[in-house]
Design a protein around this ligand. Structure first.
Ligand code: GLU
Length: 233
């Protein structure tokens, strides 16, 4: 019961790093995959069912940015299809020519065990979920908290306190990359940093291969982290 999650902030074209990073996580899950890359305006995403091999050049050209997330899935909730593949998005998602556009996107490893309670809480507040997937629930939960005026860090802390079950996830807004681990630390999340480049992944090997000189640490159980996109000088 695994999935692989990967996140990147740096000066290189994110999609190239995400593609290589995901290849080091494929044994964690291979029924579907997806990528999202973001800049200060929007998040652009591509996802498919099937195991990941390579991205076509025209897809890579569509996903331009220096920050991004990637996922390889082993389904535990929801069908194996493109809709249930990660990333999952908030309510403002649009779809055109094979590319999803949104203002918030998540990649997740784990399960949300108080799914029914959180789902009805969100539906009562007008959130419309597209799938039965528990990962989609997290992205709407965070979007709801942000809408209430929480900062991303505060919203991540709220998710750790209010969502039950094993989880590690990486979530992106157009300017920030946030991540969180469940209170018991039942799913792994490793972060590496070197000279303005940040990588987060389910496995240490994936961080080391992408950023050999990185200083590495494991996000602690219940831990959260937010990286902000630096404004251009
Ligand atoms: N529950 C999520 C899904 O089925 C993530 C899979 C997992 O890591 O267990 O998409």
């Amino acid at each position: 019961m695994m999935c692989g999650i990967f996140g990147y902030i740096g000066n290189l074209n994110a999609i190239e790093i995400l593609e290589k990073g995901l290849k080091n996580l494929l044994y964690r899950g291979y029924d579907s995959y997806g990528f999202a890359v973001f800049n200060e305006k929007e998040i652009l995403s591509y996802k498919k069912s099937g195991s990941f091999e390579n991205l076509e050049e025209n897809v890579k050209k569509s996903l331009k940015g220096k920050i991004g997330i990637a996922h390889t899935r082993w389904a535990t909730k929801g069908e194996v299809d493109e809709k249930n593949a990660h990333p999952h998005f908030g309510c403002r998602m649009k779809y055109r020519d094979g590319i999803y556009q949104s203002d918030i996107a998540i990649v997740h490893n784990g399960q949300i065990t108080n799914y029914l309670k959180i789902r009805s809480l969100l539906e009562d507040r007008g959130y419309h979920l597209l799938t039965e997937n528990d990962s989609e629930l997290i992205v709407h939960f965070i979007a709801w908290k942000l809408r209430q005026g929480f900062s991303l860090s505060e919203a991540l802390h709220a998710s750790v306190n209010e969502l039950d079950g094993p989880f590690a996830y990486i979530i992106s807004t157009p300017t920030e990359l946030g991540m969180a681990r469940d209170k018991l630390g039942l799913r792994p999340l490793v972060v590496g940093e070197y000279d303005g480049t940040f990588i987060a992944a389910s496995e240490e090997i994936a961080v080391r291969k992408a950023l050999p000189k990185a200083s590495i640490h494991y996000l602690k159980p219940g831990g959260i982290l937010v990286w902000k996109l630096k404004k251009k000088q």
